[in-house]
Design a protein around this ligand. Structure first.
Ligand code: GLN
Length: 306
């Protein structure tokens, strides 16, 4: 079946699904999003972008931003970053503080909130928060080739006003000497990076460098891309990373806005969005759509169609 037909069928199936998960409510501004939406976009190695459903509707990328901030951090700091954050799956919820106490303020990986806050803190490195946000937007705009990508200030404010767990994580790490900047500064950047808005088409385009597809200018070395993919596979869905690897078989990163970015190395960058979440904080229909796409294309990195 042609890829466009596969996408159209997936979008039609998702439109007809009533059990759509639950929209994140702990960020008040996200609680207002209509759960009836679903979009999918695929950027291919030949430069085409195919899409279906609500692929042109902007959504809050939330934790998907952690992948791009990690790419910037590795570009700036290189492997020195790994003295501050680990590379192991946590098996815990994205906002858990449990291991952080046992492991003395050293987060397990860069995709749980504690790890992402450290990565952002490392990129900030005494600069002005707006400089780092401009760098992130510049990175996303260059990677996608779309100058229209922006931050939703209302979402950033909403999370700044209510993100007490993230404040706790940052202060906990500060107590253990693992924050270089005042926590409120690093958190200010973190809340704004989570509030970046993108469409599925923009996100699929921005993910091309992670899939090893041609992008001009090149965003990151292939050696680093390979490692980010490994981290996405092992940690990109928190305590459901094993489940995503089992069901989909592609490196991926989810966000509580309902977006998921996944890459089929050498073939495609895929973005899906549906705001209703499963119990682990990833898009319910988005995960189902990724599973179906991987099955029908045979794109799993572990080989074998179906
Ligand atoms: N901004 C969200 C938070 O920090 C991101 C979490 C997510 O998308 N998993 O809680």
């Amino acid at each position: 079946m042609a890829l466009q037909d596969i996408l159209d069928r997936i979008a039609a199936a998702m439109a007809g699904t009533t059990d759509r998960g639950t929209v994140a409510t702990y960020i008040p501004e996200l609680a207002r999003i209509d759960p009836g939406q679903f979009g999918i976009a695929v950027a291919l190695d030949d430069g085409r972008v195919l899409s279906a459903g609500d692929a042109a509707v902007p959504f809050s990328i939330q934790s998907v931003s952690k992948v791009f901030m990690l790419a910037i951090a590795l570009g700036r700091l290189g492997d020195g970053l790994w003295t501050r954050v680990g590379r192991e799956p946590s098996g815990q919820a994205f906002n858990s503080i449990l291991q952080l106490e046992m492991e003395k303020g050293h987060p397990r990986n860069p995709f749980i909130n504690a790890g992402a806050i450290v990565v952002t803190d490392a990129v900030l490195a005494g600069r002005m928060p707006r400089e780092v946000l401009a760098e992130l937007l510049g990175f996303l705009r260059a990677a996608s080739g779309d100058p229209g990508i922006h931050i939703n200030e209302a979402v950033a404010r909403s999370e700044t006003a209510t993100g007490f767990l993230n404040v706790a994580l940052a202060n906990f790490m500060r107590a253990h000497g693992n924050m270089q900047n005042p926590p409120e500064r690093s958190l200010g950047v973190y809340f704004h990076q989570c509030a970046v808005e993108m469409t599925c088409v923009q996100l699929a385009l921005a993910g091309r460098f992670l899939a090893g597809l041609p992008v001009s200018p090149p965003m990151l070395s292939q050696a680093r891309v390979r490692r980010i993919n490994a981290l996405m596979m092992m940690c990109g869905h928190y305590d459901a990373s094993g489940e995503f690897a089992y069901r989909v078989g592609l490196p991926g990163k989810s966000g509580v806005g309902g977006g998921i970015l996944a890459v089929a190395p050498g073939r495609a960058s895929v973005a899906v969005w549906s705001p209703g979440l499963n119990s682990r904080g990833s898009s319910k229909l988005g995960t189902e759509a990724m599973e179906r796409l991987a099955r029908e294309t045979g794109w799993s990195v572990f080989g074998g169609a179906s």
